[in-house]
Ligand binder design. Sequence first.
Ligand SMILES: Cc1cc2nc3c(=O)[nH]c(=O)nc-3n(C[C@H](O)[C@H](O)[C@H](O)COP(=O)(O)O)c2cc1C
Length: 380
Amino acid sequence: MNTIRKDKNSVLFQTFEYGPLRLRNRVAMAPMTRKQSPGGIPTEDVARYYERRAAGGVGLIFSEGTFIDHPSAQAHEPDAYENIPYFFGRDSLKGWEAVRKKVHASGAKMMPQLWHVGEVRKLGMAPDPTVPGFGPRGIEQDGRHVVKAMDEKDMDAIARSYARGALLAREIGFDGVALHGAHGYLLDQFLWSETNLRGDGYGGDLAARMRFPCEVVARMRDYVGPDFPIVFRFSQWKMGDYQAKIVENAEALGTLLSGLTNAGVDMFDVSTRRFGDPAFETGPESLAALTRKLSGKPTIAVGSIGLDQPHQSKHYRKTASIDAKVTDLVDVTTAMRGGEFDIASVGRAVLADPEWANKVRDGRTDEIKPFVRANLETYW
Ligand SMILES: Cc1cc2nc3c(=O)[nH]c(=O)nc-3n(C[C@H](O)[C@H](O)[C@H](O)COP(=O)(O)O)c2cc1C
């Protein structure tokens, strides 16, 4: 690849300020599940992993998805959801505090990503096999109710679990909290008409489908107060369905964003597989650009930044090639200079090369390591 002149990328290295949040630059590390926290406890190795990325120059780190303290929050499948960290319990929280301190000492800010898998959990899974999955719809398998359709009491309990997580994030000294509303997990299951088949006030049209996610945000805001940033991640794509859509056009997107903003979201993290792809067939604007325009809120874009192949969300071991080559950042920086979004979030490229941000900043782009399958085996 061509070596990019350092000044071309300078927009990435401007400071960012919003409310109490002060970032040294506009490069974020995207949330990436790592499966290295036995018993739900982030170890010293986890702290060093994040510290390396902070020292490598990113301004903001989103933690990997971390489970909230509801018995239905977790899934356990071999190779998929093992050793995910918890965001509750004394030892897990001590582990997270150690992570947070190391990241801060290296000059980056950090937010945990709160996660509930929804109907991905099934009855019989650890840690308590008697607890079914909880989701917008019930699911039966082999004559057993493996997923329970949540009632209003369940919704209230789970909203409180998210809110407790947000409050803990604040108490531990994180710089905000991120909500995993994407990729086919609980909140996204409510948003998507294919998984939300409810006939009550929580399903039906978009306003009804977004009601529970908005209630979660409102409860979190209630617990943390006005000055603690809440970032909401949403996507159109799901694990295993890249063409899925929760909103079919810009008007519906506007409805979703205004509901979430009114509930208390400060920033949107717009998860796409290629950040610049048009959001809808009717126009060229990306999902991040439309989100920025319609919400007026700071917006984070993600998806194939610095890499020539998109993220493969499932079965990477069975996929012939998941490697991706390093690319220049012309499209990213042009979009940012044009005001399309505020922060560039980088996933696999920062996994592959913890020094990615410093190398880009210093014009050492020819030293950037590409993303290879081994990165998902070692998670160095
Ligand atoms: C190994 C791996 C784990 C991921 N885990 C999460 C996760 O826990 N939460 C989440 O919201 N997205 C997760 N993602 C998606 C990334 O945050 C990001 O959106 C995606 O990789 C696209 O960015 P990229 O093209 O820069 O890699 C994961 C991606 C990878 C590669």
